[in-house]
Design a protein around this ligand. Structure first.
Ligand SMILES: C[S@@+](CC[C@H](N)C(=O)[O-])C[C@H]1O[C@@H](n2cnc3c(N)ncnc32)[C@H](O)[C@@H]1O
Length: 249
């Protein structure tokens, strides 16, 4: 199935290729840098036990409201008109005191859906059929029924869920493209990720841009080159973009 939102760096196009690189057997699946969850939603079920995580608290609140309160969230979204004024006021209200989790989730959903390239800042004029998209949240609720949703920094999460039968799929902010996320991911975070992955008992599949720093850091692992067309909103769609899939098996 498809995700319910677009997301900066979302793996809509590459997800089939990424899933092909998964091992044949694993009993727990952990998506560490969840975003729009294109890889999670790429299969009805990856493993008997699945975990979805992101450090973006507004995003995780949206996931939790879909999982536990989809009808109320859909009701909240029912009367929203896509307009520049509402979009701007939702951005300013997002962390206002007194909003319920469902009201915040509805606002974040509209901010993501209503922004250009899902950048959550610039108003998009080409948004159509929002109500059809809101209906789709019920299918997402069903898919999330048995998925554990976490809101944690990657290092803590990996340490909690690491086991010999675990598969971690990781799609961190790309090297030198960290500014597109609400998370201040830094060079030391890329190194921290490398250090934690080096010692795990489970398997990992990691997506990255093919930057020399990353290729050098992971040179002792299995590095598979992949190519896609660029989706970042500030560049032309026709630019070829070199990525890698890195695995410890
Ligand atoms: C490239 S996006 C993931 C896209 C996702 N694979 C998809 O298909 O939509 C990277 C995600 O990592 C999250 N993130 C950034 N820093 C993090 C951290 N320290 N721990 C966990 N998640 C983090 C961001 O909020 C962002 O959603």
């Amino acid at each position: 199935m498809n995700s319910f939102i677009p997301w900066v760096g979302g793996k809509r196009i590459l997800r089939k290729r990424i899933i092909e690189e998964f091992p044949s057997e694993f009993d727990r699946y952990i998506e560490v840098f969840g975003g729009a969850g294109w890889v999670l939603f790429g299969k009805d079920k990856h493993a008997p036990f699945e975990v979805f995580n992101d450090i973006d608290g507004d995003l995780i609140n949206l996931y939790r409201c879909i999982k536990y309160h989809a009808p109320a969230l859909k009701e909240e979204l029912k009367y929203i008109i896509h307009s520049r004024e509402i979009f701007k006021s939702y951005i300013s209200q997002l962390h206002a005191e007194g909003l319920t989790d469902i009201q915040s989730a509805a606002r974040y959903y509209i901010i993501i859906r209503g922004s250009f390239g899902a950048d959550r800042h610039s108003f998009a004029t080409n948004v159509t059929n929002l109500s059809g998209k809101v209906d789709y949240l019920s299918e997402i609720q069903e898919r999330l029924r048995r998925v554990v949703i976490e809101h944690s920094d990657f290092e803590k999460l990996i340490k909690i869920y690491d086991r010999p039968g675990a598969l971690f799929y990781l799609d961190p902010p790309y090297y030198a493209a960290e500014k597109y996320y609400n998370s201040n991911f830094s060079i030391s975070d890329h190194e921290r990720l490398f250090n934690v992955l080096t010692g795990i008992k489970g398997k990992f599949v990691l997506s990255y841009n093919a930057d020399d720093v990353i290729l050098e850091l992971y040179k002792d692992f299995n590095i598979i080159p992949v190519t896609r067309f660029n989706q970042l909103s500030h560049v032309s769609n026709n630019t070829e973009y070199k990525e890698v899939i890195i695995k410890n098996f």
